[in-house]
Design a protein around this ligand. Structure first.
Ligand code: HAM
Length: 432
C-alpha cells in the first residue's frame, strides 16, 4: 500500500514554507500594530461548541464537520477559530479584566469540503477577534487594516464588499419577507435552496446555482428592513470607511455562510493570481449575540479570518528573497572544529550559514556551495589556521581574498549586508 496524505490535506515543503512565513510575518506585524495579541487554542473542541455558535443551519455544521468520539464525548476538529476564541473569552471572564479585548490566531482548520483549487479539507486561517466594542468605527478600522495589508502584500484588484445583516429583529422580519417572496416560486429553486427556505432562507441569496440566482431577481434586501439603530450603525460604518478612503462596494446579497453574523459583514477578494475573483480571500463580520448565547455576558464582537492558501494562490509564485548564504568549507579536522565555532558566531550575528563538516574535497564542497546558491564562502585548512588566515570567496563575482581569521566574522557580516538582502533576525518577515 502506498502511503499518501489524506484527501484535501496538503504538505507544505520548505520552498513553499518560506512564502507562508513571509505572509504570516506580515499578518503578525500588521495586527500587532492594531493591538491584537496571539491566542492559541486546541484544534479539537467539543462538537457542541460549533453546533451552538457556528450554527445548526450552517453548511459547515450540517455537512462539513470532522467529528470523533473519545470517552463518550463528542468532539470535532475545529472548522473555524471564532467559537474557540469566544469560549476562552467567556471562560477567562475577559469582560471583567478589560473593556476591549483583541486577539489574533493563526492555524489549521478542517472542513470536509469537495477539494478544489483554493478549497481544502485542512486549510489555514489567520484571524482576529475583537470583543467589547459595538462599532461601527472599529468595524471600519478592521476593514481598512485588511485592505491596507493585502495591498501592501502586492495583491492587485483588491475589492472589499460590505453589507449589514441587521440585528435579530431585522433578521427575523427579513426571513419572513424572504419566505413570502420565494414561496410562490419554490418549484423554480434548486433542491438545495428549497431545503434552505425552511431553516435559513438568507442562504438562498448567495447560492451559485443559476436557478436560484434567477429566482433572486427582485428579492427584498435586508438594507430595506433595518431598524433605526441598525441603520445608524450601517451609516456610521460607511461614513468611517469614506473618511479613511477605503474603497468598498455594498452588496445587499452578501450574507456569509455562518449563522452568527449581525450587522456588519464583509468579504475581500483580489483579481490577481491563480484564484478566481469570486473566491473570497477573507471574510468576517460582527457577531454581537455569540458570547451571550454561549452563556457569557452580553458583549459585542467582530472578527475576520483570511485563508492563507487562498492569499498565497492570489500572490502567485514569486519566489521569496532569502538572506544571503555563507558557506563554510573547512579542510581538515581542526578546521572543521573551527568551522563549527565560526558558524555559530556568524548565526548569532544573523547570517545564514551552511557548514560542510563531512570531510569532502574542496572541489565537491564548492560545487555544493554553488548548488545551494551560497553568495559567500569561507575556505580554510588546518595549515591556514596555524597561520591565522582564512580565504573569503565571493561566489558570484569570483573575487577572493585572504584575511586574518580574527576578522572573518566582521568581513562576512559586512559582505552579506553589502550583497543586497538584509541580514535578518528571524521574525522580521522581510526575508525567510
Ligand atoms: P469563513 O468565511 O468561513 O469565515 O472563512 C474565512 C476564510 O477562510 C475564507 O474567506 C477563505 O479564505 C478561507 N476558507 C474557508 N474555507 C476554506 C477551505 N475549505 N479551503 C481553503 N480556505 C478556506 C470564518 O471562518 C469566520 N470564523 C470568520 C470570522 C472571524 N468571522 C468573525 N470572526
Amino acid at each position: 500500500m502506498k502511503l499518501r496524505a489524506v484527501k484535501g490535506m496538503n504538505d507544505i515543503l520548505p520552498e513553499e514554507s518560506r512564502r507562508w512565513q513571509r505572509l504570516e510575518s506580515c499578518f503578525r506585524r500588521t495586527v500587532k500594530l492594531y493591538g491584537y495579541e496571539e491566542l492559541r487554542t486546541p484544534i479539537v473542541e467539543q462538537l457542541e461548541l460549533f453546533q451552538k455558535s457556528t450554527g445548526e443551519t450552517s453548511e459547515v455544521v450540517q455537512k462539513q464537520m470532522f467529528t470523533l468520539e473519545r470517552s463518550r464525548e463528542a468532539l470535532a476538529l475545529r472548522p473555524e477559530g471564532t467559537p474557540s476564541a469566544a469560549r476562552v473569552y467567556i471562560g477567562e471572564s475577559m469582560q471583567a479584566r478589560e473593556p476591549v479585548t483583541r486577539w489574533y490566531y493563526i492555524g489549521p482548520m478542517f472542513r470536509a469540503e469537495q477539494p478544489q483549487r483554493g478549497r481544502y479539507r485542512q486549510f489555514h486561517q489567520a484571524g482576529c477577534e475583537l470583543y467589547g466594542d459595538a462599532g461601527p468605527y472599529c468595524d471600519a478600522e478592521m476593514i481598512d487594516m485588511l485592505y491596507g495589508m493585502l495591498v501592501s502584500l502586492g495583491l492587485r484588484g483588491v475589492s472589499v464588499t460590505v453589507n449589514s445583516l441587521g440585528g435579530p429583529e431585522a433578521r427575523a422580519a427579513y426571513r419572513d419577507q424572504l419566505r413570502a417572496f420565494f414561496e410562490p416560486k419554490k418549484d423554480a429553486l434548486s433542491p438545495h435552496a428549497q431545503e434552505r427556505l425552511g431553516d435559513n432562507p438568507l442562504r438562498i441569496l448567495d447560492s451559485k446555482d443559476p436557478r436560484d440566482q434567477e429566482a433572486c431577481q427582485g428579492a427584498p434586501t435586508l438594507l430595506d428592513v433595518l431598524t433605526g439603530e441598525d441603520r445608524a450603525h450601517w451609516d456610521g460604518l460607511r461614513a468611517a470607511l469614506d473618511a479613511l478612503g477605503t474603497p468598498y462596494t455594498v452588496d445587499p446579497r452578501l450574507v456569509r455562510g455562518l449563522d452568527y453574523y449581525t450587522r456588519t459583514c464583509f468579504e475581500i477578494s483580489a483579481s490577481t493570481g491563480e484564484i478566481g475573483s469570486q473566491n473570497a480571500l477573507l471574510g468576517g463580520g460582527r457577531y454581537d449575540g455569540m458570547v451571550g448565547s454561549l452563556g457569557g455576558p452580553d458583549v459585542p464582537a467582530i472578527g475576520f479570518a483570511m485563508g492563507l492558501e487562498r492569499i498565497l494562490l492570489a500572490l502567485g509564485d514569486t519566489p521569496v528573497e532569502r538572506a544571503p548564504l555563507c558557506f563554510i568549507a573547512p579542510l581538515g579536522q581542526k578546521a572543521a572544529l573551527e568551522g563549527l565555532r565560526l558558524a555559530r558566531t556568524l548565526r548569532e550575528r544573523g547570517v545564514r550559514v551552511e557548514l560542510d563538516g563531512r570531510g569532502n574535497s574542496l572541489k565537491s564542497m564548492l560545487r555544493r556551495a554553488n548548488t545551494m546558491g551560497a553568495r559567500h564562502c569561507l575556505v580554510f585548512g588546518d595549515a591556514e589556521l596555524e597561520r591565522g588566515v582564512v580565504q573569503l570567496k565571493d561566489l558570484q563575482s569570483h573575487e577572493q581574498s585572504d584575511l586574518p581569521s580574527a576578522d572573518a566574522v566582521a568581513r562576512v557580516v559586512e559582505a552579506c549586508a553589502a550583497s543586497g538582502a538584509p541580514v535578518a533576525p528571524a521574525d522580521t518577515g522581510g526575508t525567510a
